[in-house]
Write a protein that binds this ligand. Structure first.
Ligand SMILES: [Fe+2]
Length: 136
């Protein structure tokens, strides 16, 4: 999948914020395997007012003081909204103390895309996107 935010940033900004997604050059495929957030949304179709369980798994990444995922940010890009995204969550993770598995319930107001960005203190920002449909 195309790294959506990066593509948008390239269109609109003179200096885009570098983030990396599942599609990286072959020499970075090993890094992508452990850094791109694994995101599961159940269900990925909800009725308006209902919530979906979002599970983010970064447990494949090392967890040491000098090399860890220390931050997970969630944003929701609402379809039809003029200025996106909506900030959903900011999760700070202390190395060697908590598992890199996060669950939360999201109640989207409209169909859109959940963006999950993880920060590795050695390898930068990694990005995954999930589509969520809202009916009714
Ligand atoms: Fe890393």
């Amino acid at each position: 999948m195309l790294n959506y935010l990066y593509a948008v940033n390239r269109l609109h900004m003179s200096r885009p914020l570098p983030t990396y997604g599942p599609e990286v050059p072959p020499e970075l495929q090993d890094k992508a395997r452990t850094h791109v957030p694994k995101v599961d949304v159940q269900p990925d179709k909800v009725r308006k007012g209902e919530s979906a369980l979002v599970k983010i798994d970064l447990s494949a990444h090392p967890d040491r003081q000098d090399h860890a995922i220390t931050l997970i940010e969630l944003y929701y890009e609402e379809e039809g909204r003029n200025l996106n995204p909506v900030h959903v969550a900011h999760i700070v993770l202390e190395p060697e103390v908590v598992e890199r598995v996060v669950e939360l319930r999201l109640r989207p107001r409209a169909s859109g895309w959940l963006h999950v960005v993880a920060y590795c203190n050695q390898h930068g920002l990694w990005h995954a996107v999930k589509r969520i449909e809202v009916e009714g």
